[in-house]
Design a protein around this ligand. Structure first.
Ligand code: DX5
Ligand code: ZN
Length: 219
């Protein structure tokens, strides 16, 4: 079954605990947490202290997306804070293999994310060591952007690469995913859909989740 990972970037931060509990009650499979440093992306969001606080209010797996330069400096902090999946950007990690090994050595799942202009073929030499690939379908930095259609082509190529190598790496798609394109994205090979604005700006989370599940046909 396709998993839904609501991104708290579009939640009401003044009521974060309630927002997270509501997402959990609505049937979210995991929680997507966007960490931005104002260098790798032109926005600043949250750090390990907030992840640690979130850990105390939910049992959902924490899917932590590091959009930061030099991620090695902060791996230990985000692991200690309670991340279940820790994703770094291929474009930001100089010694990506070492970074991935360090995450896994701590018993945390390792993800690598690629930006819209990065070819999926750049993952060829690291894909065997991953639990997840996070395919950006917008340029990282902000919620509420339009899905970039070319992502579907990348998604199909990535799925093919994973299949041909006989791997079980999950593919997560992040950016501009909403009920009216979810089926296409899942059909092209996504296993996990991140939904920020389409989820947290929708008002009724349970109804939104129901709509999404219906669109996906419980795929
Ligand atoms: C963008 C973030 C996304 C964002 C998605 O840089 O990585 O996770 O929250 O938001 P929507 O679903 O609104 O595009
Ligand atoms: Zn994200």
């Amino acid at each position: 079954m396709i998993k839904i990972s609501p991104s708290i970037l579009s939640a009401d931060f003044s009521r974060l605990a309630d927002e997270i509990k509501a997402a959990e009650a609505a049937g979210a499979d995991m929680l997507h947490i966007d960490v931005m440093d104002g260098h790798f992306v032109p926005n600043i969001t949250i750090g390990p202290f907030v992840v640690e606080a979130i850990r105390t209010v939910t049992t959902l797996p924490l899917d932590v997306h590091l959009m930061i330069d030099d991620p090695d400096r902060y791996l230990a902090d985000f692991i200690r804070a309670g991340s279940d999946i820790l994703t770094v950007h291929l474009e930001a990690a100089v010694h990506l293999h070492r970074t991935v090994q360090e995450i896994r050595a701590q018993g945390v799942k390792a993800g690598v994310s690629i930006n819209p202009a990065t070819p999926v073929e750049e993952l060829t030499e690291i894909i065997h060591d991953l639990d997840m690939v996070l395919l950006m379908s917008v340029n990282p930095g902000f919620g509420g952007q339009e899905f970039i259609p070319h992502t579907l082509d990348k998604l199909e190529r990535l799925k093919k690469m994973i299949r041909e190598k006989g791997l079980t790496v999950a593919i997560e798609v992040d950016g501009g995913v909403k009920p009216d394109n979810a089926r296409r994205v899942a059909g092209a090979g996504a296993d996990i859909l991140v939904m920020g604005s389409a989820f947290f700006k929708s008002g009724d989370y349970t109804a939104t989740m129901k709509t999404i599940r219906k669109e996906l046909g419980n795929a």
